[in-house]
Ligand binder design. Structure first.
Ligand SMILES: NC(=O)c1ccc[n+]([C@@H]2O[C@H](COP(=O)([O-])OP(=O)(O)OC[C@H]3O[C@@H](n4cnc5c(N)ncnc54)[C@H](O)[C@@H]3O)[C@@H](O)[C@H]2O)c1
Length: 340
């Protein structure tokens, strides 16, 4: 799949990384990680784009990243980087609450042609909607890093579901930790990608975590009529991200944060005569470790030749609307219809 993203270009695009923390760079220092998980690591191996400058307000993060990737042009201020380096492509890898303001600043720079923004795009639906409109008006391609959309293993699951491999979807359930905006939106985006549009969201009783981004239990109604239920869990002892898509003829489960995807089909029960049950038919790697490189190459492809990124600004907005809708529903105790 990565090969499909490659493009021919004689001179390379220049890129900049804003935020040199975990997803920006430091995941590349983790010996347990197999594959490429950081933006800097992905730029390092991607065709037709060169990472030329870095920005971080933390001097240690900035200098470690500069040393790791051999980059001399370092800044603590986004505006200064944009003015001096004039990058064409930028990755925004700063904390959630800073994304929108940094994105707005980047959109002011004439050199910009593409942005890969970490999730969520922002925290306010109207602000994000305005930014997406601004990007479109200025001809800037916006890609959002809901990473599973860029992974071949998830593409396979999507095709299976789309082709009726597990029948009509009845129920989509799952678990997540660390905030309905921070990680819940990852789950909503994946549910939209695999199953389809979500019409309404309703927060169920339980919540934990931060007040601004609580970890809520959420009920969903898909446009297809399928039901969804997502449980927010404590991350005190462990993290979890799972999805269970139950169809009329089978089931797809996303396990281990998507490192494993499992397909089950209907078979005669081994235990009782006259009963059918689900049994595991196949399982495969979600290939999350290919997502980062494919995200960068997909963005470069769209900047070079046009087209919509595999995870567009619109997709990022829709996921945010569901997360924000869940918080609204939690505060008002009524379901929220998502609308256009
Ligand atoms: N797509 C994914 O699967 C995935 C995985 C992890 C993190 N993320 C997202 O990436 C973002 C960063 O997460 P992280 O875990 O790397 O965080 P982090 O704290 O490790 O890194 C963030 C970095 O941004 C820097 N920073 C903060 N404000 C800044 C500013 N105004 N200008 C320049 N630098 C600034 C910080 O100093 C820090 O080095 C978050 O939005 C998170 O949701 C996405």
């Amino acid at each position: 799949m990565t090969g499909k993203c490659l493009v021919m270009r004689v001179s390379k695009f220049s890129s900049a990384l804003i935020g040199c923390g975990m997803i920006g760079s430091r995941f590349s220092d983790d010996p347990r990680i197999k594959g490429i998980y950081s933006h800097a690591g992905a730029y390092d191996v991607s065709s037709n784009v060169t990472l030329g400058s870095l920005c971080d307000t933390d001097k240690v993060a900035l200098s470690e990243c500069a040393r790791h990737w051999g980059i001399e042009n370092t800044y603590s201020d986004v505006a200064e980087l944009l003015e001096k380096e004039k990058p064409e492509i930028v990755s925004i890898c700063t904390p959630d609450e800073t994304h929108a303001a940094i994105f707005r600043r980047i959109l002011d720079a004439e050199s910009i042609r593409g942005v890969l923004i970490e999730k969520p795009i922002g925290l306010d639906v109207q602000e994000v909607r305005d930014l997406i409109t601004m990007a479109a008006e200025r001809g800037v391609v916006l890609a959002v890093n809901y990473s599973r959309r860029y992974s071949a293993g998830f593409d396979r699951a999507r095709q299976l579901i789309k082709n009726g491999g597990i029948g009509e979807i009845q129920l989509v359930s799952g678990y997540y930790t660390k905030g309905v905006l921070h990680n819940g939106t990852h789950w909503f985006d994946l549910a939209r990608y695999l199953v389809g549009a979500i019409d309404t969201v309703r927060a169920a009783g339980r919540q934990s975590g931060a007040v601004k981004d609580p970890t809520l239990d959420v009920q969903l109604k898909f446009a297809s009529g399928a039901e969804g239920v997502l449980y927010g869990c404590s991350d005190d002892q462990f993290s979890i991200f799972e999805m269970d898509i139950l169809g009329s003829k089978g089931r797809v489960r996303i396990l281990d944060s998507g490192h494993k995807i499992e397909e089950s089909i209907v078979e005669e029960s081994k235990f009782y005569s006259g009963y059918n049950s689900l049994s595991i038919k196949d399982s495969w790697d979600g290939e999350i470790n290919t997502a980062m490189v494919c995200a960068i190459e997909n963005l470069v492809e769209c900047v070079s030749h046009g087209g919509v990124p595999r995870c567009s600004g619109y997709d990022g907005l829709e996921a945010l609307k569901i997360g924000v809708g869940a918080i609204k529903s939690w505060k008002t105790c009524v379901p929220v219809t998502l609308g256009d």
